[in-house]
Design a protein around this ligand. Structure first.
Ligand code: PLP
Length: 451
């Protein structure tokens, strides 16, 4: 075992040190070579060292360098050194994060991380939370609590009696709602299409004047950080109205809520802490390994009502039981890496990470605008939208950038425009990486446009 793990550390270190210079995308030959990992399952056991060598030799070249410094697709963070190291140790611990009795360390780290997060994001101290896989499940988990609470007000117990015959819940979302929130609504029986969509402005922010009438059976979903523009809904105005109506306010704050870590960006979050629940991602801007997210609920009893189960053999204590806050029973102890990430950076390091990535997004915008290309959004956070001309030109340039391998950026449609998305979310990205990526993008775009 000792030799195997030492060899694993060597191979992993070699992989990580190759990231800054290797192509961000794997070659098609490397992807084709993955076939070597398949075939019929051999009958005989094999030496674990050989298995690891095969996995590294064939698997590593076929990875996308999302852990490297020049991956700007989707909203993807890397893995902070302390978080990766903690992940390895956690692998050795192999703790089941479900219950206190199964893992006191996992349960205690959840409590600590939750307290730190509530404090860092200025959320209500009374809040409870579940540690989940990412924002899709954070939305699902928090919205389950909302469904429980709203129907309880109407005298309906959704856990016992289901949704057939239940009083209706009016769901209100912005026109630029993230699709994962709609998926969560569909999983909860609240439907994707029966929602009221509130019109938005040119940055994707909900128009607060256009809100429909709200009441105490309205579930209002707002957004902190639009996946395309990075923009924030005007929470102060919206929450004031929603609180008057006693509606439930849910925030999809996948990456945007982390802006609270910086005094410079915290004003974008004015009013968001008046909500009832928040979905937060940790594998994005907190730069912990996949998968990791948090569903935070102001009145934890609703989350517990939605999630807790019991059985004679499953011991519950009078302490916080992690499995009473999430849909899963057995699961990975995700708080371990979060604890390590937060503890290693400290408040100052976390602030620096957010401020650096936002500054780098502005640097991207400056360099690309300086080269004559159009920036389609107000760069208020870490997201940049670029157009290179016609939709076909923009699409062709995105494809060429992706196959060049210096960096990776994805495409999108933004309010009728075809655009390239740049999301700067990694601890590993330096200003030189931004300059080098922008140079490659400009060179490729000019080559294609002058053809
Ligand atoms: C605003 C928003 N909500 C939800 C999600 C989905 O997050 P996940 O992929 O972690 O489930 C994303 C992903 O980018 C997002 O930006």
């Amino acid at each position: 075992m000792e030799k195997l793990l030492a060899e694993t550390a060597n191979r992993a270190t070699r992989y990580l040190s190759s990231l800054p210079e290797r192509s961000v995308v794997p070659s098609s030959a490397s992807v084709a070579a993955l076939e070597q990992l398949g075939g019929p399952l051999p009958d005989a056991p094999a030496d674990p060292a050989q298995i690891l060598a095969l996995l590294d030799d064939i698997g590593s070249p076929a990875t996308v360098a999302t852990a490297g410094p020049r991956y700007f697709g989707f909203v993807i963070g890397g893995t902070l050194p302390a978080a990766l190291a903690a992940n390895w140790l956690a692998g050795a611990w192999d703790q089941n994060g479900a219950m206190q009795v199964m893992s006191p360390v996992a349960a205690r780290l959840e409590e600590i991380v939750l307290q730190w997060t509530i404090d860092l994001l200025d959320l209500p101290a009374c809040s409870g939370a579940g540690f989940v896989t990412g924002t899709t499940m954070a939305n699902f988990t928090a919205l389950a609590a909302a469904r429980t609470a709203l129907l309880k007000r109407a005298g309906w117990n959704v856990e016992e009696d289901g949704l057939f015959g239940a009083p209706p819940i009016d769901v209100v979302v912005g026109a630029e709602v993230h699709v994962s929130l709609l998926k969560a609504l569909s999983l909860l029986g609240l439907g994707r299409s029966r929602v009221t969509r509130v019109p938005v402005d040119n940055q994707g922010r909900m128009l607060s004047d256009a809100l429909p009438p709200l009441n105490d059976r309205t579930l209002l979903c707002i957004q902190a950080g639009n996946v395309n523009t990075g923009a924030f809904d005007p929470a102060e105005q919206i929450c004031a109205r929603a609180r008057d109506a006693n509606a439930w306010i849910h925030v999809d704050g996948a990456f945007g809520l982390w802006a609270a870590l910086s005094p410079q960006y915290a004003p974008l979050l004015a009013g968001f802490n008046a909500a009832d629940s928040w979905a937060i991602d940790c594998h994005k801007w907190m730069n912990v390994p996949y998968d990791s997210g948090l569903a935070v609920v102001r009145e934890p009893q609703h989350l517990q009502a939605a999630m807790s189960i019991s059985a004679a053999y499953l011991a519950s204590s009078n302490m916080r039981e992690p499995w009473h806050y999430v849909a899963e029973s057995s699961r990975r102890a995700r708080a371990i890496e979060l604890w390590a990430a937060m503890r290693s950076l400290g408040r100052a390091g976390l602030r620096e990470l957010i401020e650096r990535n936002c500054r780098q997004a502005r640097l991207f915008a400056q360099l690309l605008a300086g080269a004559g290309f159009s920036i389609l959004n107000d760069v208020v956070l870490n997201q940049v939208l670029v157009s290179f001309g016609t939709p076909d030109q923009t699409r062709a340039i995105i494809a060429a950038i992706q196959s060049d391998g210096t960096c990776w950026c994805g495409g999108t449609q933004w309010q009728g425009h075809t655009a390239m998305r740049i999301s700067v979310s990694s601890w590993a990205t330096t200003d030189e990486d931004v300059q080098r990526s922008a140079d490659a993008i400009v060179k490729i775009a000019r080559q294609l446009l002058t053809r």
